[in-house]
Design a protein around this ligand. Structure first.
Ligand code: ADP
Length: 777
């Protein structure tokens, strides 16, 4: 056995050193072949075995690239080698035969030999070429097999991918003649349509016939469009073999391949999406319907609500008018009657009660009206120059008595830096402060009530727009409010706490106050502890202002008359008692009053008497106030006469309407003397004559009012006080009451003082009566 290294054989696509096993028992042949391979020593390693047994042993040690085996061997033949059950098929085998063995050679090829060589001197020497060719062929065939295997594998993968996609994929050729031919249809097309592959493949018209008749024309047009080479996406319905209709989306891309054009398309089942779309559309339409329906309902409801609100406003306006008219009579006459010095003490007391009750009723009407105005967003603030110091003092004067009557201290602490004048809605600011102070006194049985007004941004450093920040605070040591009650107290008609206190109020005050404070640009705050007391406060910006005529704000004086000739006023009102009240008020101021009970009569009287001023009721049967004033304004004789509307209406619209109709001013009923005085003064250019009864306390220093001590209101002269002191020392409470009543009728500035005395005397609280008199002497 010889082993010769022979070198490499160049294979088709690269250098590989090949290992060849030669099985040849004839030494001469083996050597000849070995010699022939010598020139290829770099490419081929040749191993020689001399028998089948020897060859098998060698194959156990290495794996050849090629085996050349002689047909006839001492221990068997080449065919046996080929057909041996352990034969490894990974290398090719060439059989060498002798002359005349061609028949066997054919057999060998059948048995799996790659080639055969008929032994001759020439062929043995040619063996390296034969081996090289065989190897190349073998390797090529291996590569082909591998490529085929890979192709099979990838085809299988593609098939699997395609069948796992629910979409149907197709490939259609558009021939140069413009004919459509289905070239490929993915397997799921059968499921999609219910027809077999064979029916559909190659048959474009069959596919078209599956399209829903209603969609076919459009689909065909779109397919023709593909001929131009443009991509396309269309949706149409297909009729499944089972008769069901399904929606598909056909997404086609066109690619030119050689002469022809190929459509690669994906057909997706979009039935579900279409159903959802249809449902959505229906839902949307239904929604629109619903919106239209609801809008109509809402409109109806709004109209009904507006009508109800209008009805409510009208009702309130009428009710308020109806209530104010008799109240005008009641309050007007109490004011007039109280001036009568001949009244007995009992009569004075009764009048005071009538007046108080009337005022209480009026507050109630006003509160309800305010609330309805707030609810209808019709409440507005009217800013005018206000003497802040006087306003605050006035408010304090009004409440201090009640504190004293209850035996609690009242402390007023104004900031020394308070501006004298500010722009404010005096009525509303007063309303809020009185509400807070009244409540504090009402809900406090022992201890004190403190009213503080402070400047947060001082006058020296006003806010950007020249406004100053004022803070108003009312604190008390009263019953307090529990945390659970706190959120309720600002709600209308909500009253919390015990019954005794509730009876005195309406539960509207805080609801209105908070809204008013909000309109002023602030908010009403509260902190409270049950049993310890409450603090209510708010802050808002105010514009300081210079007051033109300080005098008018300060003195408390009794009018005795006016300078110059006697003036004449015409009063027009259909209600007799209103006429009488107003007439009496005018007469008590020294003005002649001419009365008329209707618009028509008023006009006649106006022509007859040529009044200096006309006071006109607005709501009257026949010719009403608006019509009357417009006639006056068109009459050359009367048009210059100032006309003042006097109405029980509390609505701004009535005021505006009266001014538009030609009135110069609007006064609301019940009519207060002060307001009347002011209007007469303005329009009749009156210079009043007074009986001075002393100035009210005008300091901005803290006024400390301890229990039944010094108060900031007008007190009677010393001799009157001495009488009171004498009566008090003797414990004559009846005498005190009579004396106090007399003082009250002397001038209304003494009212507060006198009423406190009367109250204390009624309770026979001799000590408090004495203390009050002593402190004020
Ligand atoms: P009214 O005083 O007319 O009842 P308000 O709206 O002014 O109505 O007040 C509502 C409720 O808030 C009162 O009934 C009372 O229960 C509570 N309240 C208000 N101020 C005080 C206070 N200073 N101390 C204790 N409770 C108060």
């Amino acid at each position: 056995m010889t082993s010769v290294n022979h070198g490499e054989i160049m294979s088709g696509d690269g250098i590989e050193k090949s290992h060849i096993l030669l099985v040849e028992d004839e030494i001469a042949h083996a050597e000849l072949i070995s010699r022939a391979f010598e020139s290829k020593v770099d490419m081929v390693t040749l191993t020689v075995a001399h028998s089948l047994h020897d060859a098998r042993a060698r194959l156990g040690a290495f794996k050849p690239d090629l085996v050349i085996v002689d047909l006839l061997l001492p221990d068997g033949n080449g065919i046996e080698f080929l057909t041996h059950e352990e034969r490894d098929l990974s290398y090719p085998v060439i059989i060498m035969t002798s002359h005349g063995d061609e028949q066997v050679a054919v057999e060998a090829i059948k048995a799996g030999a790659l080639d055969y060589v008929v032994k001759s001197d020439v062929s043995l020497l040619e063996m390296p070429h034969i081996a090289e060719r065989a190897l190349r062929e073998w390797r090529l065939s291996i590569k082909r097999q591998q490529a085929e295997a890979r192709l099979r594998e990838s085809e299988e993968r593609f098939r699997q991918v395609i069948s796992s996609i629910s979409d149907h994929i197709y490939m259609t050729e558009i021939t140069t003649d413009g004919v459509f031919i289905n070239r490929y249809l993915s397997p799921n097309s059968e499921e999609l349509t219910g027809y077999s592959h064979a029916q559909m493949l190659g048959n474009w018209d069959f596919w078209l016939s599956l399209i829903h008749p209603d969609d076919r024309a459009n689909a065909e047009a779109q397919f023709l469009y593909l001929k131009t080479g443009q991509h396309n996406e269309i949706e149409y319905r297909l009729i499944h073999a089972n008769g069901h209709t399904l929606w598909v989306r056909d997404n086609a891309r066109v690619k030119d391949e050689g002469e022809s054009r190929i459509i690669y398309g994906v057909v997706s089942d979009i039935t579900e999406r279409k159903q959802i779309e249809a449902e959505l559309k229906q839902y949307r339409e239904h929604l629109e319907e619903l919106v239209v329906k609801r809008t109509v309902e809402l409109k109806r409801a709004t109209e009904a609500a507006q009508a109800a609100s209008r009805a409510k406003s009208e009702f309130l306006s009428n009710m308020s008018h109806e209530l104010r008219t008799p109240l005008n009579g009641i309050l007007g006459y109490t004011q007039i009657l109280k001036r009568d010095a001949n009244l007995t003490g009992r009569q004075q007391d009764a009048l005071s009660i009538i007046q108080e009750s009337g005022n209480h009723l009026l507050t109630l009407i006003n509160d309800i009206l305010d609330l309805s105005k707030i609810e209808a967003s019709r409440m507005e603030l009217y800013l005018v120059p206000v003497h802040l110091l006087n306003l605050l003092r006035d408010i304090v004067n009004g409440v201090v008595m009640r504190a004293q009557q209850k035996g609690i201290s009242f402390r007023y602490e104004p900031d020394p830096d308070l501006p004298t004048g500010v722009l404010a809605d005096e009525k509303r600011l007063r309303q809020v402060l009185i509400n807070l102070l009244d409540n504090a006194i009402k809900f406090t049985d022992t201890g004190e009530v403190v009213f503080q007004v402070s400047v947060l941004s001082s006058t020296a450093t006003p806010t950007e727009n020249g406004r100053i920040h004022l803070r108003f605070q009312v604190s008390d040591t009263g019953i307090g409010i529990t945390p659970s009650q706190l959120p309720r107290i600002f709600r209308p008609f909500e009253q919390v706490g015990d019954r005794r206190h509730r009876a005195e109020g309406t539960g509207l005050g805080l609801a209105i106050s908070r809204r008013l404070v909000q309109m002023m640009g602030g908010d009403l705050h509260v902190s409270s502890k049950p049993g310890e007391g409450s603090v209510f406060w708010f802050a808002a910006n105010f514009t300081p202002t210079v007051l033109q005529d300080l005098a008018e704000f300060s003195a408390a004086r009794k009018i005795t008359g006016y300078k110059g000739s006697r003036r004449r006023a015409l009063v027009i009102d259909d209600k007799k008692h209103n006429l009488l009240v107003l007439g009496d008020m005018l007469e008590s101021l020294g003005i002649e009053a001419v009365l008329a009970e209707s618009g028509e009569e008023g006009l006649t009287r106006a022509h007859q008497v040529r009044p200096d001023i006309i006071l006109l009721d607005l709501v009257m049967p026949g010719m009403d106030g608006y019509e009357t004033v417009s006639v006056i304004r068109h009459s050359p004789d009367l048009q210059h006469i100032p006309v003042i509307a006097v109405s029980a209406s509390a609505f701004d619209k009535d005021k505006e309407r009266s001014l538009t109709a030609g009135c110069n001013e609007f006064l609301s009923k019940p009519l207060y003397e002060d307001a009347l005085v002011k209007v007469l003064e303005t329009y009749l250019h009156l210079e009043w004559t007074y009986q001075d009864i002393g100035l009210v306390h005008q300091t901005s220093q803290p006024v400390i009012l301890e229990e039944a001590t010094a108060v900031s209101f007008a007190v009677p002269p010393v001799n009157d006080m001495s009488i009171l002191l004498d009566l008090a020392l003797r414990g004559d409470m009846r005498g005190i009451r009579q004396q106090a009543t007399r003082l009250k009728t002397q001038h209304h500035a003494y009212t507060s003082f006198a009423e406190t005395l009367i109250q204390l005397a009624r309770q026979y609280d001799e000590q408090k009566v004495l203390a009050l008199i002593k402190q004020n002497m």
